[in-house]
Write a protein that binds this ligand. Structure first.
Ligand SMILES: [Ca+2]
Ligand SMILES: [Ca+2]
Length: 234
């Protein structure tokens, strides 16, 4: 059966004329450390990752990778960070994304579903209004780590855990972890629009300039009371 996609954003279209495989390929084992689906991983500045729908990937979205410098990578001498240590990413933004995992082929390998969104040595990062839902537990729904990591993790809606790992110091505001299926129209099938009765509706933190003007569907967040996660009920 083909993977189900959340209803909050359309998946890519299948090109016309795409040939149908004559034989099913054998299952592909997950690598021990799979890459993230959307990952700005070394010496980036001011990247914006928004309105993506990531389905059944062992690692979803990431800013930065390690806490040590590397040779021959770009240096942003004009950027500074409030925290000491090596920064791998500067002022990146992750907003209005949906990460959904329900496939046992992702969960079952030893590496499992690692993380929905990860910050690693990410200086002044902004991670706001994302929805991360998995039908089994990940290592983390959202995590941040290493000395240089700073910024804001706010108004995210996740089915499991927010994890502050080694030395990460991002501020957290208005997040809801452990969010069950009752918040969503059809969570089991990846329908991650909010229900009318969800506690995520209209009850979230004021994020000031970090607040997006719209949601994952490009619908305006104009009612003055932001809904948590990627979807604003219209
Ligand atoms: Ca609202
Ligand atoms: Ca909406």
């Amino acid at each position: 059966m083909a993977p189900r996609r959340p209803r909050t954003a359309p998946g890519p279209a299948t090109p016309r004329g795409t040939p149908t495989p004559r034989a099913r390929s054998p299952p592909i084992a997950a690598p021990r450390s799979p890459p993230r689906t959307a990952h700005f991983w070394r010496e980036n500045a001011e990247a914006v990752i928004e309105r993506n729908t990531v389905v059944n990937c062992a690692r979803g979205i990431g800013l930065g990778l390690t806490d040590s410098p590397a040779d021959d990578v770009r240096v942003h001498a004009d950027m500074s960070c409030p925290n000491p240590g090596h920064a791998d990413d500067y002022r990146g933004t992750v907003r209005n994304n949906v990460v959904f995992v329900d496939d046992d082929r992702v969960f079952d390998p030893a590496s499992g579903f690692d993380t929905g969104i990860a910050l690693a040595a990410a200086c002044e990062a902004t991670v706001v209004h994302n929805t991360v839902y998995s039908t089994r537990a990940p290592f983390s729904s959202i995590e941040w780590r290493f000395d240089a990591t700073s910024g804001l993790v706010g108004n995210n809606l996740v089915s499991h855990n927010l994890m502050e790992r080694t030395a990460g110091t991002a501020a957290a505001a208005g997040n809801l972890d452990g969010a069950g299926a009752e918040h969503f129209v059809d969570a089991a099938a990846g329908g991650l629009s909010l229900t009318i009765g969800s506690a995520a509706v209209d009850a979230w933190a004021e994020l000031g300039s970090a607040a997006p003007d719209d949601d994952v569907e490009a619908e305006p967040r104009s009612d003055g009371a932001p809904d948590g996660g990627a979807d604003e009920r219209s």
